[in-house]
Design a protein around this ligand. Structure first.
Ligand SMILES: Nc1ncnc2c1ncn2[C@@H]1O[C@H](COP(=O)(O)OP(=O)(O)OP(=O)(O)O)[C@@H](O)[C@H]1O
Length: 249
């Protein structure tokens, strides 16, 4: 499988004198969903900001679909869609106008746009709100617009930060169903979440961050092994607790 996202020996943060991330390396391959987990302040969002290109690595390199931000800026930016933890929308645009804007930004052709937009509006129970302004939507509906935008773009890489906050159970199910589908078609997905049971159920591999470093990564077995042999058969949450507390709550 091809690595769609490559993070190589990334050291970075908000001040060159005090890096927050220390020598982070991981990959997300085509057709794979990887869960990024860690306590508050572990460095998940900072890692994501570096991947998005909002922050520059102090050391190391990030590639998306083979491109670096410095050398192939447009290709790099067009290769991923990002769903942030808090929705960011234009208040004066409608739901449909947001989708249309995303379609244009990601060069989705008219035929594809029509079919995808209708399907998404239906799947996320947003047909009655298609002409509503963003400012008139509920919190969960705003989150659904962000998710629909990402799915409409149909990029090689999805970066999804704590997507379940604010979504109702139907919305969560629709999102997870769609993620499984895009993954099957070859997309790479990096998803950060504190809902460890869902991460365990849906992700193929896991990255456990702790104090800006990777404490463990790999399959559930790999993470259990890093946590200690007595973790054999335990849940992701059991192994996670062990890794971040050393067994002491
Ligand atoms: N804008 C900022 N300026 C300086 N330091 C920051 C800034 N944002 C985060 N940090 C620091 O970087 C470290 C990592 O924070 P980060 O936001 O990446 O954690 P996180 O794993 O995403 O946590 P959470 O689960 O709470 O979202 C923390 O020590 C935090 O205080």
């Amino acid at each position: 499988m091809d690595a769609i996202l490559q993070v190589n020996q990334l050291t970075g943060g908000y001040s060159p004198r005090r890096p927050v991330l220390h020598n982070i390396s991981f990959q997300v391959k085509a057709g794979e969903m990887v869960g990024l987990i860690g306590l508050n302040g572990a460095g998940k969002s900072t890692t994501i900001k570096h991947i998005l290109g909002l922050m520059k690595p102090q050391i190391g390199e990030i590639k998306v679909d083979g491109a670096t931000l410095e050398e192939e800026t447009e290709q790099y930016r067009a290769s991923f869609a990002y769903v942030p933890e808090s929705p960011v929308l234009f208040d004066e645009l409608t739901v449909e106008e947001h989708l249309r804007l995303t379609g244009m930004a990601y060069s989705v052709n008219d035929d594809q746009y029509g079919a995808r937009a209708e399907e998404l509006l239906e799947q996320f129970q947003m047909l009655p709100k298609r002409k509503a302004f963003a400012s008139h939507l509920s919190k969960g509906m705003k989150q659904k617009v962000m998710i629909m935008n990402a799915l409409l773009a149909d990029p090689p890489l999805y970066i999804i930060d704590e997507p379940f906050l604010g979504l109702d159970p139907l919305g969560i199910r629709s999102l997870l169903d769609r993620l499984v589908e895009v993954k099957r078609k070859g997309a790479a997905i990096l998803m950060s979440s504190h809902i460890l049971s869902t991460v365990e159920a849906y992700c193929d591999r896991f990255i456990v961050m702790h104090h800006g470093q990777i404490a463990a990564q790999g399959t559930l077995d790999d993470v259990r092994q890093a946590a200690g042999t007595e973790m054999r058969g335990g849940s992701l949450e059991d192994a996670f607790y062990k890794l971040v507390t050393g067994g002491h709550r």
